[in-house]
Design a protein around this ligand. Structure first.
Ligand SMILES: Cc1ncc(COP(=O)(O)O)c(C=O)c1O
Length: 523
């Protein structure tokens, strides 16, 4: 066997850490606790009750059988299951991560993303909301930093960034996700005198983006990583939908057959097929610097209620996340950790079984997406609503063509304020005089318009709820505001999910189609 290649260590990226996080001291109590464990000392120090006072040790779970995980989750849906006893470790302490789970996640990471730096580490979170929020805390200097992100993004993450004191700046997206040329332009034309500190954090959902459903092609991943290297930007890769890439086509039976016992599974072979049928590889799999902070969750493949996820990053960042955790959540719920570690152990599913489960979940989403697109086609006229089939995840981004509505208006504006900005820019060689409240950003924008698209979308949304009895999420929930720019023209989208059952998809799209036709016909 050839020796494993020597991996580079991450480069020094400590300057990206927020000042308040650099100085957090490790918990002295935990350090003493560790000393007791390592030196086998008698102790009167710790303040935790004796485990015999905790009223649980085992639990019985009903879970899909390994042999039904070879491609379909349908057997499970039809009741094929086994009941197994799961040992709950002495999780009551609540201050330590489950070491077994950490190792399993390291193995899973390596199977799905490979390993590119020697000091890659893992931090267990309470799901991606928690992971994203803690990573913003790690990197954002309150009231100083601007975080770059897709122009439409997951509203909770945007709120988390704002709550940590970040301003947001939108980067353009198209049907293939974030547009690298726009990222490059924004970074290379950033004017610190006017716009504040140059952004050093990109928050992105590159795969099955929420809300647009877009998945970046490989070349975009490469290009964005290169730009972030060039401008020294940290990439926060929030990726709940990576494992739900919908490129399976006819590959329903490609995985090697599931063995009776997880320990006999050929995990490498299972992962190989799983990866081959993924359309894209993650930012993490290309990260030679340690500048990617990958944020994963069990929510979409195991259940949001387990509240478990993990962050993967260079060890210096992970060490600081541990410090943040010590003063916020401690570690995630020990019961959930214990249960997940049991599922992933060879006694139950093993890592191979978990990948098989994800494969089955993928197939289900692919069916749902195709069904959704067929029903959309059937019920909703394409001249009113168009969409690009998503390549991963569970969202379709529906573009409403408001231009064919009789009351749609879009007029160029030439307000005194705009003229002042343009004049200021034309003044070559002088310090530009920017009117208060207006930023130079708007100068890179195309001509400005007033448009009633926002009002029409509000009206349409109300009509859908009142008359169609159907709810879709409007773009205004997700849009990243751009100071000094009228974004009404970008509000003509709805996010629709195909995560529900087929009956619901059919009824909701029928209602949507009927109701939107009715609204367009009204004057
Ligand atoms: C992009 C994105 N990030 C984070 C989350 C939250 O995930 P979790 O349930 O793990 O907190 C979601 C869930 O919808 C999401 O779509």
């Amino acid at each position: 066997m050839s020796p494993a290649p020597t991996l580079p260590e991450s480069i020094d990226l400590a300057h990206h850490l927020a000042k308040r996080v650099r100085t957090v001291q490790p918990s002295a109590m935990k350090a003493l606790g560790a000393l007791v464990g390592s030196r086998k000392l008698l102790t009167l120090g710790g303040g935790t009750p004796h485990p015999s006072l905790f009223p649980m040790s085992h639990a019985t779970f009903t879970l899909p059988k390994l042999s039904t995980l070879n491609g379909d989750v349908q057997d499970w849906q039809q009741g094929e299951a086994v009941t197994e006893e799961i040992h709950l470790k002495k999780t009551g302490q609540g201050t330590e991560n489950d070491e077994e789970l950490v190792h399993q996640l390291e193995e899973l990471n390596e199977l799905l993303h490979g390993k590119t730096i020697s000091d890659s580490s893992i931090y267990i979170t309470l799901g991606n909301t928690d992971g994203v929020s803690k990573v913003f805390q790690l990197l954002v200097e309150p009231d100083v930093d601007t975080v770059l992100t897709e122009e439409y993004s997951f509203a909770s993450s945007l709120n988390a960034a704002r709550a940590k004191g970040a301003r947001l700046y939108p980067i353009k997206v198209d049907g293939e996700g974030l547009v690298p040329e726009d990222l490059e332009k924004v970074l290379s034309t950033w004017d610190e005198r006017v716009q504040g500190r140059k952004p050093h954090v990109l928050y992105t959902i590159p795969c099955g983006q929420n809300p647009t459903g877009s998945t970046q092609p490989q070349e975009r991943y490469d290009e964005i990583y290169r730009i972030c290297q060039e401008h020294d930007v940290i990439i926060m890769e929030d990726d709940p939908y990576y494992r739900e890439q919908l490129q399976l086509k006819e590959a329903r039976s490609e995985l090697p057959p599931a063995p009776e016992h997880a320990k006999d599974d050929d995990v490498q072979a299972v992962a190989k097929v799983f990866n081959e049928y993924a359309g894209v590889r993650s930012f993490l799999s290309r990260d030679v610097d340690g500048r990617v902070i990958r944020i994963d969750t069990f929510s979409k493949v195991f259940g949001p209620g387990v509240r478990l996820g993990w962050v993967t990053a260079n060890s210096a960042f992970i060490e600081r996340l541990l410090r943040i955790g010590e003063t916020t959540t401690q570690v995630p719920n020990g019961l959930s950790q214990s249960v997940l570690a049991s599922y992933l152990s060879d006694k139950h599913w093993g890592i191979g079984g978990f990948i098989r489960w994800m494969w089955g979940v993928r197939l289900e989403y692919q069916n749902k997406r195709d069904y959704f697109l067929d029903r959309l086609n059937e019920y909703v006229p394409t001249n009113l609503v168009s969409t690009v089939p998503c390549g991963a995840g569970m969202f379709q981004w529906l573009r409403v063509d408001l231009t064919s509505h009789p009351r749609y208006r879009k007029n160029p504006i030439n307000s005194p304020a705009d003229t002042a900005v343009n004049l200021a820019l034309d003044t070559v060689g002088k310090e530009p005089e920017v009117p208060p409240g207006l930023e130079l950003k708007s100068t890179n924008e195309p001509a400005q318009y007033t448009s009633n698209a926002g009002e029409l979308m509000d009206e349409l949304w109300n009509h859908l709820v009142e008359h169609g009895k159907v709810v879709l999420l409007p773009a205004k929930v997700f849009i990243v505001e751009k100071e000094g720019v009228d974004q009404s023209e970008d509000l003509n989208f709805f996010r629709a999910t195909f995560a529900g059952d087929l009956e619901n998809i059919d009824a909701a799209l029928k209602a949507f189609g009927g109701s939107i036709k009715e609204w367009f016909a009204r004057v």
